[in-house]
Design a protein around this ligand. Structure first.
Ligand code: SF4
Length: 545
């Protein structure tokens, strides 16, 4: 098959097989195509370094290569910056769920053997992989270690096919294929080819978001297998040059000078963000709401870093101008229309906050991967007498918490009259989900919906404060209007932490009873603080008017 034919095929749809392992694979691609193509597309497969490199220098890995694709400074800091020791991702975090999905996916290859060595025992891992490759009774090798041109990859599942060929399987915990995944597979393809294996094709194994769990998990239905060989081909030609550039970066004794900007969040939030931006002013123009990359670059490249220095004639949208004007004047802004919301904001009123978690691998029957499962609510009620009444719920996690969550929430909502204030439309969406799930509760849940007021919308559309620093998050607004209200004394700092904590309570068998109790107390304190913060923001809105 000619390369041009293969490249043309990139435009055809990707072949999917969402439920069954492809043990009997057939293709019109001739044998060892991916190896041949890699050789041709990477121009004989050589990394062209501009100077001699010593391979005793840090190697590249899949992770490091993808860091380098995001930012050369991130690559350098990942290797050399040891100010923050690497932590093992906790279960329930995004990375933790990714690791769990990778381990569970091994069930798709019965009889597969894990290259079970310490993470930094590279030579041992490579030797063990060679032994397993030489053993025809091993159908698949998990975490196969292969190296080529200073790059060491661990292939999630290297699957033995007939005729001495191999299939590369990369497992992702996402529900769709992204370009970053294809770049990752292209790098592995290049290394597997360089290590001398005949690679027939490459598959991405990812989570099937249509799967609904029964009592037991059907692993073959939970994971989709997608042949991405054709999709990877466009990424192959640039691999050698990128490897060479990254090795150049790693040969430097200093981190590259890279300006923090939007790229720091694509495709992943960079862990060095706070370090790279520690010298920026509080009113850094990056925090102008929804500032475009073009406007941000134009301002910074003309030497304007602080909102106070944005020229008056610089084109800004109304919401951006409000924030910039507040930074310049140092004064709180209220729109002329704000007064019309005051009747809505009258006491008595309640403040509500929910916590949810979305496990990649469904925990409860009749739930899908990443389905939003509410497990906790906090409710503060202000009858206008000056004191707040608090009520809350935190599920045990032993069973699907959604019914108990809904019933207890309804009891609270029917006990306390008046409007119910939330921050964003998140709580409304969750109540809608529950109304759809429980038709017998739908009428009462809908009645609750009619009472919900989005305090974020009112605050963001009609106010600005110099200390909000361009953010209207529930973690940014309360400290500006109620400086005594802080989250710094809490173990749980945000909704992501809360989700991960509940996940551990439910699914981490290594958790002791004491640790479980401590997590529950932390969750209760965190959610309560959020509704208290809402009450303080509401108080600020009505007092300042
Ligand atoms: S914060 Fe941005 S500039 Fe700094 S290392 Fe990360 S991606 Fe690079």
């Amino acid at each position: 098959m000619r390369i041009s034919e293969v490249l043309r095929r990139n435009n055809t749809s990707t072949k999917r097989n969402c439920a069954h392992p492809q043990t009997d694979w057939h293709s019109d691609r001739s044998s060892n195509d991916l190896t041949k193509l890699t050789r041709e597309l990477t121009k004989d497969g050589s990394v062209k370094h501009s100077r001699n490199l010593s391979w005793s220098r840090p190697y590249l890995s899949k992770t490091r290569y993808m860091c380098g694709r995001q930012c050369s400074k991130k690559l350098w800091m990942t290797v050399y910056d040891d100010a923050e020791p690497l932590k093992e991702p906790l279960p329930g975090t995004r990375k933790g769920m990714g690791i769990e999905a990778g381990i569970k996916a091994r069930l798709l290859w019965p009889g597969g053997v894990l290259v079970d060595t310490k993470w930094n025992a590279f030579a041992e891992a490579i030797d063990l992989t060679k032994c397993l490759i030489a053993d025809p009774t091993v159908p698949a090798i998990f975490e196969a270690a292969l190296s080529h041109h200073g790059v060491l990859v661990r292939v999630d599942a290297l699957e033995r096919l007939s005729g001495g060929r191999w299939r590369l399987n990369e497992v992702k915990s996402s529900t769709r294929i992204k370009d970053e995944h294809l770049e990752d597979v292209a790098l592995q393809t290049y290394v597997v080819f360089g290590a001398g294996l005949e690679l027939a094709d490459a598959h991405l194994v990812h989570i099937n978001d249509k799967y609904v769990r029964d009592e037991e998990i059907d692993w073959n239905a939970l994971f989709c297998r997608v042949d991405v060989s054709d999709n990877v081909i466009p990424f192959l030609p640039s691999v050698p040059a990128r490897i060479a550039n990254m090795h150049e970066v790693l040969c430097s004794t200093e981190a590259p000078d890279v300006r923090p900007s939007r790229h720091c969040f694509r495709p992943h939030d960079c862990e060095f963000w706070h370090r790279c931006t520690s010298h920026k002013p509080k009113d850094w123009i990056f925090h102008v709401p929804r500032i475009s990359s073009g406007d941000f670059d134009a301002l910074e490249l003309s030497g304007i870093v602080s909102m106070r220095h944005v020229p008056d004639d610089f084109p800004l949208k109304p919401n951006q101008k409000r924030v910039v004007d507040a930074a310049k004047s140092g004064k709180v802004y209220r729109s002329p229309e704000f007064a019309k919301f005051l009747p809505l904001l009258a006491l008595p009123t309640s403040y509500v906050d929910f916590e949810t978690f979305s496990p990649a691998i469904p925990i409860y029957p009749n739930t899908r991967p990443y389905q939003r499962i509410p497990f906790q609510w906090s409710w503060h009620y202000n009858d206008g007498s000056g004191s707040l009444i608090h009520s809350d719920f935190l599920a045990s996690g032993d069973i699907d918490p959604r019914r108990e969550f809904s019933e207890t929430l309804l009891l609270a909502s029917e006990r306390f009259p008046g409007a119910v204030m939330a921050w964003s439309q998140f709580e409304e969406k969750v109540v809608r989900d529950m109304a759809e799930l429980f038709p017998d509760l739908a009428e009462r849940l809908t009645a609750l919906l009619y009472r919900v007021i989005d305090l974020l919308e009112i605050t963001a559309d009609h106010t600005a404060h110099p200390d909000f620093q361009g953010s209207f998050s529930i973690k940014a607004v309360p400290p500006a209007v109620a400086p005594d209200l802080t989250y710094s004394d809490l173990d749980i700092a945000d909704g992501g932490d809360a989700s991960a904590a509940f996940y551990r309570i439910v699914a981490d068998p290594t958790l002791s009873a004491e640790a479980r109790d401590a997590l529950r107390q932390s969750l209760l304190a965190y959610c309560q603080r959020d509704t208290l913060a809402l009450a303080r923001v509401h108080q600020w809105l009505i007092q300042e008017s």
